[in-house]
Design a protein around this ligand. Structure first.
Ligand SMILES: NC(=O)c1ccc[n+]([C@@H]2O[C@H](COP(=O)([O-])OP(=O)(O)OC[C@H]3O[C@@H](n4cnc5c(N)ncnc54)[C@H](O)[C@@H]3O)[C@@H](O)[C@H]2O)c1
Length: 425
């Protein structure tokens, strides 16, 4: 890959890596990267690329997102990234914009949600791509990091070559999925093993060189389709593991057994690894990505549909148990009980509410006339539609404390006698 201001290919560049996790290939300061989509994946990637020595343009079509980034109201729970973001914005290594411009590497990390009919909505990927097509030149590298159905990278490349046929065989295109855990972005973005799937061998090789310049984890080159499938199946495996944990809990509850004791005993088997059940499975990845496989392979994916249904049943059962507790406390006290819904995000120690089971439970409880609900989410200043109460205050006032998410803040709360606690962590 040649580029303006850096007339060597990335593979030839061996200068300073700004950070010491000791990457084998470092960019020169001239290499330009555009990152489209500055959310949970795109923003930390843009920061790490800027830190590694690239000149980065971060593009997001939402002006509020750009504003939040400029004001530093992002990445708060992430180690090192808030400071690094400030540094790279201040010295201009990362510039923000609503519009893309010419670069040498283009990375797309925009949302790929489900449509109401259960199909994958990749319209943001194609909209982002559309805006980039005029800027592409021979030897540029186009990278998709959004999670997509198998075959999307090839389709994306096809739409580029339809409009710019002269780039066929000259533009490098690859799909490189993310595996980061929110809260551990700084470490995981650089150290996780990554799969890099090119449209052709030259694309795979160039993409591998690019990732080697800021990732220290192992990199596995493959085809774009294998990389796309691999991302979808990883999250399918997680979905099924979570369903197994929730199934154990549901069965124990029905059989009047202690699920913690049962899980402890099952976990003593040398080859069984159970996850912890929660109040359901949320987030924009695990309940979503497997549906891309269901859409493509409806006959073979009964197990995925069953896992989705078990996880959904767990959320419904939590709602039923909270409602039962409300009825009992109301009768006992002769007034509306105060219910504290502790944690609203989709997993511990994140502010991310997307498809959160805890949020759904809280919204449902908030509609009940027979309870006074307090909502606590220590990772957010506000949650649309639900007034927040400080978590200590909510817990102190609660007749019924319902722990929905295992946030670190909650682990130190003392459990006074007389307070009814439902713990779904
Ligand atoms: N968040 C994760 O932990 C994670 C992990 C692995 C994969 N992914 C995948 O990565 C992709 C991005 O996820 P995310 O969590 O970062 O999403 P996000 O919603 O946090 O951020 C996406 C950003 O893209 C912007 N955007 C949308 N369309 C655009 C366009 N046409 N031009 C410019 N900006 C646009 C949005 O305004 C938003 O700020 C998804 O496909 C997701 O499934 C996410």
């Amino acid at each position: 890959m040649k580029n303006k201001g850096c007339n060597r290919s990335l593979s030839e560049c061996r200068e300073t890596g700004a950070d010491a996790d000791s990457v084998s290939v470092a960019p020169t300061t001239g290499c330009r990267v555009t990152v489209t989509g500055l959310g949970y994946v795109g923003l930390p990637t843009a920061v790490l690329l800027a830190q590694a020595g690239y000149r980065v343009k971060g593009v997001d079509r939402n002006p509020e997102v750009l504003e939040r980034i400029r004001a530093g109201r992002v990445l708060r729970k992430e180690e090192r990234l808030p400071t690094l973001l400030r540094e790279v914005l201040e010295d201009g290594r990362l510039a923000l914009s609503a519009e893309p411009m010419e670069a040498d590497v283009y990375l797309i990390a925009v949302p790929t949600p489900l449509r109401p009919d259960g199909s994958a909505d990749v319209s943001c990927v194609f909209a982002a791509l559309d805006a980039l097509i005029p800027f592409f030149k021979p030897n540029d590298l186009l990278l998709l990091e959004s999670t997509v159905p198998v075959g999307t990278t090839e389709r994306a490349a096809g739409s580029v070559f339809d409009r710019r046929p002269e780039l066929k065989g000259k533009l490098r295109v690859a799909y490189c999925p993310e595996r980061v855990l929110p809260g551990r972005m700084y470490v995981e973005m650089r150290r996780n093993p990554r799969v890099v799937g090119g449209l052709d061998d030259a694309s795979t090789a160039e993409a591998l060189r690019f990732y080697a310049s800021f990732v220290t984890g192992s990199l596995s080159g493959t085809t774009a389709q294998h990389a796309e499938f691999c991302k979808l199946f990883e999250n399918t495996a997680r979905l099924i593991e979570l369903a197994a944990a929730n199934l154990l809990w549901l069965l124990c509850e029905k059989a009047d057994l202690n699920p913690d004791e049962a899980a402890r005993l099952v976990g003593l088997h040398p080859r069984v690894r159970l996850l912890r059940p929660g109040c359901g499975v949320g987030g924009h990845c695990i309940p979503v990505d497997p549906c891309f496989l269901v859409q493509a392979f409806p006959e073979e994916t009964g197990l995925i549909r069953a896992a989705l249904a078990v996880n959904e049943r767990k959320t419904e059962r939590c709602i039923e148990l909270i409602r039962n507790a409300v009825s009992q406390e109301r009768e006992k006290k002769g007034r509306k009980p105060v219910v504290a819904l502790m944690g609203l995000s989709y997993k511990p120690d994140t502010d991310d509410l997307r498809k959160s089971a805890a949020l759904r439970i809280a919204q449902e409880a908030g509609r009940w006339k027979e309870a006074e609900c307090l909502f606590a989410e220590p990772n957010r200043e506000e949650v649309p539609g639900l007034p927040l109460t400080d978590y200590r205050e909510a817990f102190r006032r609660a007749d019924i404390a319902v722990f929905l998410v295992a946030h670190a803040e909650f682990s130190g709360l003392p459990l006074p006698a007389g307070k009814r606690v439902l713990d779904f962590r």
